[in-house]
Design a protein around this ligand. Structure first.
Ligand code: SAM
Length: 338
């Protein structure tokens, strides 16, 4: 395994089977070697600076039926909310003022935000300063993606979730694996920086599927990959299943760093909920996504359990992170285009 890690560090792509064996290897020495290699590759290609991004979850209304997600359309116990344009812009301004240089607008698949509304939001946020806008609104008509790109959207985050087509189609009865990948291809073609990713520990995900999840990121040419543990939600069809393992997630993030040396790899909010932030930064991650959703809505964006009870002003949240990063010998990237 140590030889495989060395080969990957020099840019060799592994076969799926050997990558699967690496991810399943329980030997602590293998983990340490993998984490150290990922940290070196991150340092060499991305430096010490961490990109800090603000995510505004502006609506929890969703037409989809993802079997793992607490916001699925049939969950009648969710108190649904939809932020107004004014509220979204106010939250974005708070984030920009606090120092965040990327605003991510995320929601369930909520078609009541029209192509034009989202275009207006993107254009208004772009006018707030040197700020990048990422959209994460799921599968929409390709004309919408093109329109938002024209209005200045820089990036689009849409994960493939799991690379096994049969499982994907079972877990997403409203859509298909082919449709998801078609969205990713179109977004790249339109010039978006493509953000992909997947969950670790979804029921049915074997080590080989996990290896293929990683290799698919490379094949799709993602610029960013959000990799986080599956966290079980009791109001979903997958209730009762165990959560994804954080240590396994860290190994997968580290392997992603070796496969995609220059990609932006966040310590995802799901990793952070599980207390893995510091560790993720030490095994390849170079991005942090922090919630900037107004507190009155934050706990209603209940994709998985993990309550956020502290009402800390965004500026304070940003400065606390700066101190935390500094203690790790890292800095916040503040040169624009974050
Ligand atoms: N609707 C958009 C989409 O489909 O891409 C964005 C919103 S969706 C709620 C954001 C992400 O939440 C998904 O890509 C999925 O990976 C993650 N997610 C949903 N349920 C989860 C769970 N139970 N555990 C971990 N992550 C989950």
């Amino acid at each position: 395994m140590i030889n495989l890690i060395r080969r990957m560090e020099t840019g060799c792509e592994p076969f799926p089977e050997e990558l699967a064996a690496l991810l399943s290897d329980a030997a602590p020495a293998v983990h340490t070697t993998l984490f150290e290699a990922a940290d070196r590759v991150r340092e060499k290609n991305c430096g010490k600076a961490v990109h800090v991004r603000a995510i505004i979850e502006f609506s929890n209304v969703c037409r989809c039926e993802c079997v793992y997600c607490g916001l699925h359309a049939k969950n009648a116990n969710v108190v649904r909310y939809q932020m107004t344009e004014e509220e979204i812009l106010e939250a974005a301004w708070d984030a920009v003022e606090a120092g965040y240089q990327t605003v991510i607008l995320q929601s369930g698949e909520d078609l009541s935000y029209s192509r034009e509304t989202v275009g207006r939001l993107v254009a208004s946020i772009k006018r707030m300063g040197n700020v990048a806008v990422t959209l994460s609104l799921g599968e929409r008509p390709f004309e919408d993606y093109a329109y938002w790109r024209e209005y200045g959207a820089d990036r689009y985050l849409i994960k493939h979730e799991i690379s096994d087509e049969t499982i994907y189609n079972r877990y997403h009865p409203h859509s298909s694996f082919a449709a998801r990948l078609a969205c990713q291809r179109e977004l790249s073609r339109l010039g978006y920086e493509l953000g992909g990713g997947f969950m670790t520990g979804l029921p049915g995900q074997t080590p080989l599927i996990l290896a293929n999840d990683l290799l698919l990121l490379k094949k799709m040419g993602v610029a960013m990959a959000g990799i986080g543990p599956y966290i079980c939600h009791n109001e979903t069809a997958l209730r009762g299943n165990p959560d994804g393992d954080v240590n396994l997630t860290l190994r997968v993030v580290a392997a992603a760093r070796l496969l995609l040396p220059r990609a932006n790899l966040p310590s995802t909010t799901a990793v952070n909920v599980k207390g893995g932030l510091t560790n993720a930064l030490n095994c390849g991650a170079n991005v942090i996504m922090q919630k900037a959703t107004p507190y009155k809505y934050r706990n209603l964006y209940d994709i998985y359990p993990g309550r956020d009870s502290k009402d800390i002003p965004l500026k304070e949240q940003y400065e606390a992170l700066r101190a935390q990063l500094s203690a790790l010998g890292r800095t916040i990237y503040e040169n624009g285009d974050a």
